[in-house]
Ligand binder design. Structure first.
Ligand code: ADP
Ligand code: MG
Length: 725
């Protein structure tokens, strides 16, 4: 069968998808489904005796150790809830450092002595599990002779049910650690960072005369993704192994027309979104916004913000649900940062703020002068965190996929800077220059004090080119990659902000011994902003000028993962994580090891796949075409016809094929000459040698795609994948 026939079959199959055949989905009212498959704290409270509930509450709110009898009662309530809804199994659901989630199911059923079976699930089963941990990355934390790890229930995140057409199981969010207590997962440091942040933020609030029970960061993530028909997906080895197209030339019509963004959503896509959203509602995930994104085939979904720990769990679940439901609609959901070269990639804007349990957003300029002093304090603390730990913010988003996106004229550059808008910039400058004028801009809220400047009520201007932008009442960390877990970015923000608040509080407390709050605060802010202000950049982050300017300011510009990762284990960073009890030195080192290994492994898969596609799919196609061209040249010559067209084409394709041959040979040579060495040296070699060799192959393949006869081309092309919906 010719390749075209095969490709056209694929197209036909993609086109034949119809909701009438595939969809038996019935939409229900949101209030009917929201939280149906999650046992929230309120739900649990209803099912527990009062005394048990109040003990559990102490554990959840104040971190008190859980009494075993309480655990038994909670386990019983959970089991009843889950089995009533048809669950047969339970699993400890955790987030190993692969960035994905992991689960091992156990049945509720235990045989009894009479030969029957009873449903059993004890407090012990709830609190602790022992998955065989040996296949999860530990970065040297767990010697192989001690392969065991354990999972520990996180009572602050609600349990939930996962459903498939044949049954359901109960998922218990857990942390995952080695037997020596070292964190092997993303959740443990996240929970630890929440504690430190809470402690420091409450200390600061006390200085402002506010007594809060608890402060946590709030997080809302805008998830971008691509949808393509599954028929194409399964015909592309690169999408299957790497999640992105490793070859493929830009379609004649890309995103130039700008007609996709916020356009009307195609019917089949909308059907998919509706079902995915309903599934997310069931799980208690408050999704709110959906729209087309910039590139054809690209979409976005965003939930309302939640407490950071729950938001991180929900974000993992959201990726799982988006992928799962897509298949029901004949789609493959691509979460990779750069599935298609030459088109916009996908990010996951991480909106971040701080909030008290009583519901006060600490990054929201308030109504009264007092509230605004407080706002300036926390706002400056976040800026200082971003300035002092630019490297960590960069590392938190560093992985092979995101390297394609950052700085690629569509996403923020690799330089970490903060956009704060003109009005707040003006206020900082007023503070720094000592001369406080009353701002003349309209809509400003006076602080009613001669010491501190006036504040804008909604300083929410937009700047898409900034990696870290203040948008009125929250910061938006825009450089986060679409496929990644948001946990470590949150850990970095929480810890760095905790440190900044700690330091600012220490200075403030000292000054307040002799001066009043306003005067002290002004001095502290001026002190910290003098240096920290360098992180503020309101201009065009895509411009070349910014690269120069950032260098002048001494800001870091860590272009790739290989450049960023080694900084993770610097003394500054280890001191930070140790001081706030988020990660110890060994845990930091293990993360470096794991992420560096992942970088090399991912690239290795990409290289092997690129090579296989080039050698076994593209090369033969080009040869067939050359054979055909060669015989055309010969025959036209024999007939005495003018044949410059076929000769030219033959030359072009033949040269491109020769170049591809050379590029493939070069890759073999490069791979043969790799020195290996420790994993950081390998990262460097991959970045400097292997990626260029792979890119060279891609360039040759993409050139061949443009010249090889369409009916010989073995792979679905961009035009087909992006526009058939
Ligand atoms: P914008 O108008 O800035 O886009 P939206 O209200 O549409 O703001 O929110 C965008 C994202 O920011 C949503 O995911 C939302 O949940 C999140 N978000 C809003 N407020 C906060 C907050 N206080 N903390 C964390 N995330 C927030
Ligand atoms: Mg967006």
């Amino acid at each position: 069968m010719s390749q075209t026939t095969r490709r056209y079959d694929t197209l036909a199959a993609a086109r034949s998808w119809s909701p009438a055949i595939n969809g038996e989905f019935k939409q229900k009212h949101i209030t009917e489904v929201f939280g149906e498959y999650t046992l929230t704290l309120d739900g649990l409270k209803e099912r527990l005796p009062k005394l048990v509930w109040s003990e559990l509450k102490n554990t959840i709110e104040d971190g008190q150790i859980l009494d075993p009898t309480v655990a038994d009662a909670v386990a019983l309530a959970m089991k009843e809830w889950a089995t009533e809804l048809g669950a047969s199994h339970y699993t400890h659901w955790f987030q190993p450092l692969t960035g994905a989630t992991a689960e091992k199911h156990d049945s509720f059923i235990t045989p009894n002595q009479g030969g029957g079976a009873v449903a059993e699930f004890s407090g012990k089963d709830l609190i602790q599990g022992e998955p065989d941990a040996s296949s999860f990355p530990s970065g040297g934390l767990r010697p192989t002779f001690e392969a065991r790890g354990y999972t520990a229930w996180d009572p602050t995140s609600p349990v939930f049910l996962i459903e498939n057409q044949n049954g359901k199981y109960l998922c218990i969010p857990t942390a995952f650690a080695s037997w020596t207590g070292e964190a092997l997962d993303h959740k443990t440091p996240l929970l630890r960072s929440v504690e430190s942040l809470d402690k420091q933020a409450k200390r600061a609030l006390a200085l402002f005369g506010i007594d809060s029970k608890r402060v946590s960061s709030t997080v809302g993530c805008e998830q971008e993704y691509f949808l393509i028909d599954q028929e194409f997906f399964y015909r592309r080895p690169d999408l299957m192994t790497s999640g992105r197209t490793l070859v493929g030339s830009k379609p004649p019509r890309g995103q130039e027309l700008d007609d996709h963004y916020f356009g009307s959503i195609p019917d089949r896509v909308l059907s998919y979104m509706l079902e995915a959203e309903q599934e997310l509602y069931r799980l208690g995930i408050p999704v709110k916004t959906r729209h087309n994104e910039v590139a054809p085939g690209q979409f976005e979904i965003a939930p309302m913000f939640e407490n950071c720990n729950i938001a991180a769990d929900h974000q993992q679940l959201m990726m799982i649900v988006l992928k799962k439901i897509a298949k029901k609609y004949g789609f493959e959901c691509l979460l990779h940062e750069k599935p298609f070269d030459g088109l916009n990639g996908s990010g996951k804007h991480l909106n971040y703020s701080l909030s008290t349990k009583e519901g006060m957003n600490l990054l929201e300029p308030g109504e009264s002068p007092h509230e605004n002093m407080q706002f300036l304090f926390f706002f400056s603390a976040v800026l200082r965190a971003a300035y002092k730990h630019q490297d960590l913010l960069r590392i938190a988003i560093a992985h092979a996929g995101n390297d394609h996106r950052l700085g690629a004229n569509e996403a923020p550059p690799a330089i970490i800077s903060a956009y704060i808008g003109e009005q707040l910039e003006d206020i900082i400058m007023q503070l720094l220059n000592g001369g406080l004028k009353n701002s003349i801009k309209s809509g400003l809220l006076g602080l009613g004090t001669p010491v501190l400047p006036t504040l804008p009520k909604h300083a929410g201007d937009r700047n898409r080119t900034s990696p870290f932008a203040f948008t009125g009442n929250k910061f938006e960390f825009r450089a986060v990659g679409s496929s990644q877990s948001v946990s470590f970015p949150i850990v970095v923000l929480n810890t760095a902000v905790a440190e900044a608040i700690d330091d600012l509080c220490t200075s403030l407390e000292k000054k307040m011994k002799t001066k009043d709050l306003e005067v002290s605060l002004k001095e502290v802010l001026v002190d910290t902003l003098k240096e920290t202000h360098k992180i503020v950049f309101n201009g065009d982050g895509y411009s070349d000028d910014w690269q120069v300017e950032a260098k002048k300011r001494g800001l870091l510009n860590l272009k790739t993962t290989a450049d960023a990762l080694p900084l993770l284990t610097s003394k500054k960073n280890i001191d930070l994580f140790e001081k706030y009890k988020v990660l110890n030195s060994r845990e930091v080192h293990s993360r470096l090891e794991i992420w560096a290994e992942q970088y090399v492994t991912n690239l290795n898969i990409e290289v092997d796949t690129t090579e296989a596609i080039a050698r076994t799919m593209v090369y033969p196609a080009a040869i067939r075409y050359i054979t055909e061209l060669a015989s055309a040249v010969k025959e036209t010559k024999d007939l005495g016809l003018k044949n410059s067209g076929s000769v030219n084409m033959l030359n072009t394709v033949n040269n491109a094929l020769n170049d591809l041959g050379k590029a493939l040979d070069n890759l073999t040579k490069v791979q043969g000459a790799l020195k290996g060495g420790d994993v950081l040296e390998q990262c460097k070699e991959y970045k400097e040698k292997v990626i260029p060799a792979m890119t060279e192959i891609r360039d040759c393949v993409d050139l061949l795609e443009r010249f090889t006869a369409d009916d010989y081309w073995p792979l679905p092309i961009y035009r087909e994948m992006l526009f058939v919906k």
